[in-house]
Design a protein around this ligand. Sequence first.
Ligand code: NAI
Length: 332
Amino acid sequence: MKIAFFSTKPYDRRFFDLYNKDFQHEITYFETRLNRDTLKLAEGFECACVFVNDQVDASVLIALAAQGTRMIALRCAGFNNVDINSAKELGITVVRVPAYSPYAVAEHTVGLMLALNRKIYWANSRVKQGNFSLDGLLGFDLRNRTVGLVGTGKIGECVARILRGFGCRILAYDKFKNEVCEKELGVEYVEREALFAESDIISLHCPLFKETRHLVNNDAIARMKKGVMIINTSRGALIDAKAAIEGLKSGKIGYLGIDVYEEEEDLFFEDKTFEIRTDDVFARLTTFPNVVITGHQAYFTEEAVSAIAKTTLENISAYEDGKELVNIVMSN
Ligand code: NAI
């Protein structure tokens, strides 16, 4: 199938070219994002392959459909950037990669917890500058601490498994209980308010929906323990960043680790070293000594990127061959 591949990075090309030897799709790589200004590039391509920050709203979909696109192949799990109902109305099939390596995201999540708690980022730069003082580097044992997981799907379950190894008490809030978490990993399901009130560390692993947007807001932060650690490796808009800044300023939030940011679309995945920073909220977040930010890299491991390439190409072949689409997205 002819595929217009948006938001291409050198590593995407490397893995897709490798796995496409088995599929022989005709891929044209575009570095640019898909949006209203760039959609013309997809003219005549049956499939547009997109990532987390491509803009696939109703107006983009209408124009794509008119140009002959029949399929959107997301090479990620989240699909909050695609208007699924409009796609359905237009007869455009949307597929995704529901699981590529929950371990990758879970391990990065715990990496953020450890980096923040033991201040590894500070310690490393101090030692390299010849400063071997321990002042300010005091951490806490994870053992016996209470960690609250919002969402216990594939990634939340992996995080629970790792944290069980550390000897943490694990609370969770989810609309659906995960039996493995409850029966095998000793996770205690509680209401969201109780999770916020009792946890030393809160880690977000639910998708971004209307109902989960800004689930960490001023009200939620007010209910949390003083000095709480908040980790978000899911989607930026789960946290109201302005509320987080107020929480950090007051000391209510003791640590913040984020791999995602609500307005990341204009920042992440690009080298902006020499550009003037215009996002004041993001700029403020970078000034706190107890905030660690990574640029949406939690998924970025050999295993995960290989699985993304393979599953995306399989999804496209299944559509082409009229086979059952196991990874179709039906609604959001
Ligand atoms: P999943 O679909 O396996 O699990 C999501 C869980 O959230 C489910 O158990 C679901 O019942 C629960 N949930 C839904 N609505 C909820 C609500 N209102 N409150 C609490 N829980 C709710 O998804 P998976 O694979 O665990 O991924 C979780 C999220 O991680 C994705 O939605 C995606 O946004 C993010 N992600 C981030 C990556 C990164 O590189 N930073 C990479 C991959 C995923």
